[in-house]
Write a protein that binds this ligand. Structure first.
Ligand code: SF4
Ligand code: SF4
Length: 211
């Protein structure tokens, strides 16, 4: 699941300053689970906008606003209202916001901050396990992501600051490279620790704008 957090409402208000007629789109998938873009949050946003003197032209929850095929079908329900809408507040991750902007050709305002790809423990309790770094190294690390779990995002470690088995930064937590070693040992793959990863190639990020 892609984890989002509610954006500071003042930033949203500022971005909407010159617009009067506003639509609100929620995401019934990831953002709904994160309690940032479900039907309750859509209602809350509507209430806030109306209290701020805006006219809310429509509200809608779309199953996956990041999926153009779904968006195309669902947005038909507010086709007329969309024509008279000046700006759309989107309560989804950045991909949903951009997809709606591209598809509707309306000014879009993001209502969330996009964080990372997370594991869900319970509603409201999530763990950052993947940052989508393009070239996944889990097959060499015992299935433990050092990029996301090490606060320094190291590919090759541990750093010199580790305190025994514990992390230099999060002192009460085990260094992720210890965890990686334990997992590799379990599968008799400790030799993988001798592998030196080349620095990340951020050029990959640009290349994946179109897959
Ligand atoms: S190495 Fe970590 S951050 Fe990169 S893709 Fe794999 S799990 Fe995600
Ligand atoms: S002690 Fe381990 S987890 Fe902590 S910053 Fe250093 S390498 Fe990363």
């Amino acid at each position: 699941m892609f984890l989002t957090e509610k954006k500071d409402i003042q930033e949203i208000d500022e971005a909407l300053k010159k617009y009067k007629k506003i639509g609100v789109v929620g995401c019934a998938s990831c953002a709904s689970v994160c309690l940032t873009g479900g039907s309750r949050e859509v209602k809350e946003m509507k209430k806030h906008l109306e209290a701020s003197g805006k006219e809310v032209t429509f509200t809608i929850s779309i199953d996956e606003p990041c999926d153009k095929r779904v968006l195309k079908e669902d947005i038909r329900f507010v086709e007329d209202e969309l024509k008279e809408t000046e700006a759309v507040v989107v309560l989804s991750c950045g991909t949903g916001v951009q997809t709606i902007g591209e598809f509707t050709q309306k000014k879009v305002i993001s209502g969330t901050d996009s964080k990372y790809i997370a594991q869900t423990e319970h509603i409201g309790e999530y763990y950052a396990l993947c940052g989508g770094c393009d070239v996944c190294r889990l097959n060499f690390t015992g299935g433990v992501c050092t990029v996301t779990l090490c606060p320094k995002g190291l590919l090759n470690g541990p750093c010199e600051g580790h305190n025994g088995n514990n992390c230099e930064v999060f002192e009460d937590k085990e260094c992720v490279f210890v965890k990686s070693y334990e997992m590799l040992k379990k599968y008799s793959e400790e030799d993988n620790l001798n592998k030196i990863f080349e620095p990340r190639d951020y050029g990959h990020s640009a290349a994946r704008t179109k897959i």
